[in-house]
Design a protein around this ligand. Sequence first.
Ligand SMILES: Cc1ncc(COP(=O)(O)O)c(C=O)c1O
Length: 380
Amino acid sequence: MTNQRALARIDLAALRANVAALRAKAPGAAFMAVVKADAYGHGMVPCARAALEAGAGWLGVATPEEALAVRAAGIGPEQARVLCWLWTPGGPWRECVEADVDVTVSAQWALAEAVAAARAAGRPARVQLKIDAGLGRNGAQPAQWPALTAAARAAEKAGLIQVTGVWAHFSCADEPGHPSIARELAVFRWAVEQAADAGLEPEVRHIANSPGTLTLPESHFDLVRPGVAMYGISPVPQVGGPADFGLRPVMTLAARLASVKSVPGGHGVSYGHHYVTPGPTTLALIPVGYGDGVPRHASGAGPVLVAGKWRTVAGRVAMDQFVVDLGGDAAAAGDEALLFGPGDRGEPTAEDWARACGTIAYEIVTRIGPRVPRVYDGCA
Ligand SMILES: Cc1ncc(COP(=O)(O)O)c(C=O)c1O
């Protein structure tokens, strides 16, 4: 590592290989690389470009601001279709129509906003209709679906919108065999048929996230929409790790020791003294904390590779730093500490951190904040 305090290495060659592995699982489907939330903390624009190089044709984001940032970075409509799905009234509908972004509509108010944006922009809005197949978040309820598809078809006939997609999102695809999976697929199939009966001819029908892409071929339809698996994290850790699916973790989080010192036994460590040295020992200070996205829930639990061994966070994670007990092993200020990575050098993985913190690996990588510089390896 360089002389930086901390950094997140992003292995774009691994990301491209992960996209290839996922595409091979769904060979008949188009590929939407989900790059919302700064590509799950990995950096939206470099990851979007790497996914496109590996054959993705679509980029998926949550907010319109993310969609506009993709376009502002110079990723034009000839390089990628962009779908965004989390709207509020008064959002930048017109800007998105003008930027050739496909917008998601789950309700009549959103259809009205898309139509108004199309009128203002002087061009049809590309609209994807979303059904709530059972997740209970966004998406039209099945009872509202026939009215929504009818209104969308009327707007399409008037030349104001083009319905490019019909889609849904699973609730429990990460629990193979969960009864909701078959139920939600049935609702989705009904919604697709109903849209066709309404006269709509969407270009893509899609429901598969990472677990769907990897474990449910019947969910692939015209397009798959993986996020976490593209970053080399297993969406079903209870079934298999990344290597079992031909994936490799993309982010490695490293820091350099800010202090190594000998202390006597009985020395309290960090706020609240939740750790007290059991005897004379060496303490190493890792200069990252919850201000960098290291969860405070990792206090007394998070694993770190320092001086050739896994150590456990001693006491509380603070805003900028935490301590590990080296048990008398030798180390020096400036030495590398590996919080997580692919595991090749014996370091923990994001999944290990997730288990230690009672969360999911999605959150571990996504929460690494802007204070940690990203360094991109494997640029094409
Ligand atoms: C609508 C939608 N599609 C796809 C994804 C990708 O999910 P995953 O990261 O599990 O592949 C997400 C992520 O939460 C999402 O919100």
